[in-house]
Design a protein around this ligand. Structure first.
Ligand SMILES: [Zn+2]
Length: 299
């Protein structure tokens, strides 16, 4: 176990550019995407330019890894407590630990040992987590806003809500935002887990914001650079030079992460199908697909 205490052991910094490939809508604080609202505006900086809250990106990275963790592809992630046994589902246990143990340190260790890999990385109520995602600020002048119009669909009845039209503000395709992620004192296994999510982000597999099922929110991480402060000397030696930063792909290879996330998931799917036996019904195949590639919407 590393890094439970306030001691610097390692710091990983990932920087890059997040490019929107379709319209992107991230609304304000209580973004209910009210179908009757005239003006569904995107979140903006005080100067009026749109930005991407770090919490939004962190949320989709986390839920990507959660889906993976709950699928046959969980072998891709570091071993640990299974999600169904994770402490964040058991508040009584945390209370008991606090009563049984005297020092905060023992409680912290005991909690850590009972968390799933995703909670260890991204945190939960009992644990602060390791990943800090800064708000993504727009780069250059090409960040434009557009309006989209459509028929609002009632979520309950799945029908057009009385023919109501929605009017949605989106960040235009081709807009660029500066990404900066800091990970404090991660273990190698945790860095691998994060790399899997970032490779998926680079592969355009993770959607962001509202209405992703309708095609909004396609984003792609480009020009990503990884700086691993504690491991710098080791990595520089491995690459035979004075290197301080690595591309996402180089760094993933160093960590032994499959650099092509889609291929890794394809393998996970094959493994899931193999487990079903020689005769697979269409329904079973669909179920395996759903488990590997996530729920509805195919995000
Ligand atoms: Zn958990």
């Amino acid at each position: 176990m590393t890094g439970l205490y306030d001691v610097f052991e390692r710091r990983l910094r990932v920087e890059g550019t997040l490019v929107t490939e379709t319209g992107l809508h991230i609304g304000g604080a209580d973004d209910g995407l009210d179908p009757t609202a005239v003006d569904n505006a995107v979140v903006r900086l005080p100067d009026g330019r749109p930005y991407i809250p770090g919490s939004s990106l962190k949320g989709v990275l986390r839920s990507f890894l959660e889906r993976l963790q709950n699928s046959p592809g969980r072998w891709l992630l570091s071993p640990g407590v299974r999600p169904e046994d994770c402490l964040h589902n058991d508040w009584e246990l945390e209370k008991r630990l606090k009563q049984e143990n005297k020092s905060e340190r023992h409680v912290a260790e005991a909690i850590w040992e009972r968390l799933c890999p995703v909670c260890r990385l991204f945190g939960c109520q009992a644990f602060a987590g390791r990943v800090l995602v800064a708000d993504l600020l727009p780069i250059g002048e090409r960040t434009l806003l557009e309006r989209r119009h459509g028929v609002a669909i009632d979520r309950e009845t799945r029908t057009a809500a009385g023919g109501a039209l929605y009017d949605l503000e989106v960040v235009a395709p081709g807009s660029r935002f500066a990404l900066s992620i800091l990970v404090e004192n991660p273990s190698d296994a945790q860095v691998r887990d994060l790399m899997i999510a970032l490779l998926a982000l680079a592969g355009g597999e993770i959607a962001l914001g509202a209405k992703t099922a309708s095609g909004l929110g396609r984003v792609r991480l480009t020009d990503a650079r990884v700086v691993d402060y504690a491991a710098h000397d080791v990595l520089a030696a491995a690459w035979g030079g004075e290197r301080t930063a690595y591309t996402l792909e180089e760094y993933a290879r160093l960590l032994g992460v499959e650099a092509e996330a889609p291929r890794a998931r394809q393998e996970a799917l094959q493994a899931a199908l193999a487990r079903l036996g020689p005769e697979v019904t269409w329904q079973q195949a669909q179920e395996a697909l759903r488990q590997v590639f996530g729920g509805e919407g195919g995000a």
